[in-house]
Design a protein around this ligand. Structure first.
Ligand SMILES: NC(=O)c1ccc[n+]([C@@H]2O[C@H](COP(=O)([O-])OP(=O)(O)OC[C@H]3O[C@@H](n4cnc5c(N)ncnc54)[C@H](O)[C@@H]3O)[C@@H](O)[C@H]2O)c1
Length: 331
């Protein structure tokens, strides 16, 4: 079956990668993006066959128009930063909780057949259980996590009350090309890669033994597209990560292998609110998406390094890795 897709937040990191992968899929007829460009950008979609509409999901009229004639919606738009949500809780609630409700309501009104939504592993919060199963308890420790719990709750309510097929994914730590290192609260992998490529020490908060379930962005997009193609819906949210818990020292060791030189570290105090360990139980994911194979960390990191390298000024690119100045490992 051929389909017309709407991706909210499609000019952001995961969204733009999803547009790139969906554009190469013969079952997807055309792709429209609705994005207010608050953290995303037009440049992320350069050269891709996509219609970009610049508006907020909170603008009812423009949301409705963007939804018209769409078969499937992938809802990624959100205020995507945990610390940002702590600074501005009401804005985070509007974008993440009210915004999701607006998207689901517009989808119902416009007769959309399927809605896939982005939730987050942050909903597990203070729950220490490892790996995290979807059946275990949640505990929001930030307005961001509270908004994602609301996202999941509205997805399930629309399925139960209106028969709208929905699927909410709990993304864990997604990384890959296109992820920005220069946001105030940038994720760890783009910060590490950017600093290492510039021969600057990477900043490690805490002792570096904290672990994350890193998932390469193409893997995330392949799962989303598989859900879209096969119309997969589920009453429960589904973890989207592969149970590959990796500590920051192991990430840096992979990075050193790729760069062929040591990477200097600077240790800083652990950040308030940072959890120590994160790992997904992925039984439900594997049951629903048995075909998708996760890209291993080494391969994903190599592609991420190549992308960051291509963003560097030309002079820096001209210095081959073997001739770059080797920094001593500190800390
Ligand atoms: N990257 C991760 O590791 C991760 C982890 C868990 C969950 N998520 C979720 O996945 C989704 C995509 O995340 P991302 O990493 O690509 O973040 P991102 O910030 O790059 O993308 C979010 C996009 O939404 C847009 N947006 C924000 N508010 C909007 C609004 N009101 N109306 C329209 N557009 C709006 C932004 O401009 C941006 O393009 C988000 O819902 C995020 O919460 C991401």
């Amino acid at each position: 079956m051929r389909m017309r897709l709407l991706i909210t937040g499609g000019a952001g990191f995961i969204g733009a990668n999803l547009v790139r992968i969906a554009a190469a899929d013969p079952t997807v007829t055309d792709i429209r993006v609705l994005d207010d460009l608050s953290t995303g950008s037009r440049a992320n979609l350069a050269g891709l066959d996509v219609e970009l509409r610049e508006a907020s999901i909170l603008d009812e009229t423009r949301l409705s128009r963007a939804m018209t004639g769409r078969d499937v919606v992938v809802h990624l738009a959100a205020m995507s930063s945990v610390p940002g949500s702590i600074q501005e809780p009401v804005a985070a609630h509007s974008a993440n909780a009210t915004g999701t409700l607006c998207v689901l309501e517009a989808a119902r009104r416009e007769g959309v057949r399927h809605v896939v939504l982005a939730s987050s592993s942050s909903v597990y919060g203070a729950n220490p259980e490892l790996p995290k199963s979807e059946l275990t308890w949640t505990s929001a420790l930030s307005p961001y996590a509270a908004g994602k719990l609301a996202t999941e709750a509205y997805a399930s309510a629309y399925q139960a009350c209106y028969g709208l097929p929905t699927l909410a994914f709990r993304f864990f730590n997604v990384y890959g090309p296109g992820q920005r290192h220069d946001h105030t609260y940038a994720a760890v992998i783009p910060r590490f890669v950017h600093a290492a490529l510039r021969n600057e020490p990477v900043v490690v908060y805490g002792d570096g033994q904290q672990t994350r379930d890193f998932t390469y962005v193409d893997t995330v997009c392949e799962v989303i597209l598989d859900a879209v193609r096969r119309h997969v819906h589920h009453p429960l949210p589904v973890n989207l990560a592969y149970g590959t818990r990796t500590d920051l020292h192991a990430v840096l060791a992979e990075l050193e292998l790729i760069l062929g030189r040591p990477v200097a570290r600077r240790y800083a105090p652990a950040r308030v609110g940072d959890i120590l360990h994160s790992e997904a139980d992925n039984k439900l994911l594997r049951q629903l998406f048995p075909q998708v194979e996760a890209v291993p960390l080494g391969d994903g990191l190599a592609a991420t390094v190549a992308w960051h390298e291509a963003q560097l000024p030309l002079r820096a690119q001209l210095v081959p890795p073997s001739e770059r100045q080797v920094q001593p490992v500190v800390g």
